[in-house]
Design a protein around this ligand. Structure first.
Ligand code: AMP
Ligand code: TRP
Length: 328
């Protein structure tokens, strides 16, 4: 059976962007692949984290995975830092990654431009290599992610190919899976920017937001001065973003949504979207409450860790042998 690996950082509360761009696809793909879904806490500490908050969020994300419909009986859910081979392999791969390649990573470049490099950790710089280690350790065939992670999956492929050429077939070269619609959900207040955990509150819907807050955020989403609803991300980024969200949440195509609302005004459309969104998110919130503090969650994460550890240990031993590390 082909394998999937993907991860989400516990660096903030899960957003609607995470759900649409990544997690809702995990739930669709889980039936056809051997799936490893990781809470990537080592990636989270590339920027400063409060330790209590981090601990809490690791379990929040794991519980949300399940609440969103990932079936723990079918998949393996685990915490990255509990499997030491991730950092071991990351180091080895760092020694096979060029500085020039890392300099081209747009996510790092954007951060460096905004904040300057002096205050940025070297972990943030080598972040994509740790991500490559996550994926290559398990010979993942497919990596479902949002658009912003495409370049990181590409560098993973480059590293895998380079390693295989040098040491012989070692890693599966993975493909990314990026959804056609919803791969980049935009901020509701600034629809030319990605919706993100760290950006402004009003523009970002959190999966655990109260329904009344979700409604408020949708109703006050920035649109444009026209009145007609149609899809044109360049000219109408706000409305087009809302159309994408509606399409994903209701399992419709963009064209179907546009047809449905062609005679409606923005207010009516936003109200319909808020209704659908709340209808979808409320059951997730209910399940989250049941799971978050259950013993079952720890059992699931223990089992996930054991499964991951088994695969990862085999792989890291193989890699060490190929590179010539250690005595055996
Ligand atoms: P992160 O929260 O950065 O760990 O992201 C976890 C997953 O959610 C990754 O696959 C991202 O590409 C995806 N993701 C994050 N924000 C968005 C967004 N605004 N639109 C679509 N996908 C997103
Ligand atoms: N870097 C990813 C993000 O910010 C999270 C991540 C870490 C990941 N390791 C991964 C995603 C491996 C897919 C596969 O979204």
């Amino acid at each position: 059976m082909k394998r999937i690996f993907s991860g989400v950082k516990p660096s903030g509360d899960l957003t609607l962007g995470n759900y649409i761009g990544a997690i809702s696809n995990f739930t669709k793909l889980q039936h056809d692949y051997d799936c490893l879904f990781c809470v990537v806490d080592l990636h989270a500490i590339t920027v400063p984290q409060d330790r209590q908050e981090l601990k809490k969020r690791v379990k929040d994300i794991a519980a949300l995975y399940i609440a969103c419909g990932i079936d723990p009986n079918k998949t393996h859910i685990f915490v990255q830092s509990e499997v030491p081979s991730h950092t071991q392999l990351a180091w080895i791969l760092e020694c096979h990654t060029y500085i020039g390649e890392l300099n081209r990573m747009t996510q790092f470049k954007d951060k460096a431009q905004k904040l300057g490099t002096d205050g940025l950790s070297s972990g943030l710089y080598t972040y994509p290599v740790l991500m490559a280690a996550d994926i290559l350790l398990y010979d993942a065939d497919l990596v479902p992610v949002g658009e912003d992670q495409k370049q990181h999956v590409e560098i993973t492929r480059d590293i895998a190919i380079r390693f295989n050429n040098r040491y012989g077939e070692t890693f599966v070269v993975p493909e990314h899976f990026i959804p056609k619609v919803g791969a980049r959900i935009m901020d509701l207040q600034e629809p030319t920017k990605k919706m993100s955990k760290s950006e402004n509150d009003k523009g970002c819907i959190l999966l655990l937001d109260e329904p009344s807050i979700i409604r408020k955020k949708i109703m006050s989403a920035v649109t444009d001065s026209e009145t007609q609803i149609y899809y044109d991300p360049q000219k109408k980024p706000g409305i087009s973003n809302l159309i994408s969200i509606y399409a994903i949440i209701t399992n419709k195509t963009i064209d179907e949504v546009v047809e449905e609302f062609k005679d409606a005004n923005y207010g009516t459309f936003k109200k319909a979207l808020a209704d659908k969104l709340i209808e979808r998110i409320l059951p997730i919130q209910e399940r989250f409450k049941d799971i978050r503090n259950s013993k079952e969650l720890d059992d699931i994460l223990d089992a996930g860790r054991d499964y991951a550890m088994h695969l990862a240990t085999r792989k890291i031993n193989k890699v060490m042998k190929k590179v010539g590390l250690g005595r055996h």
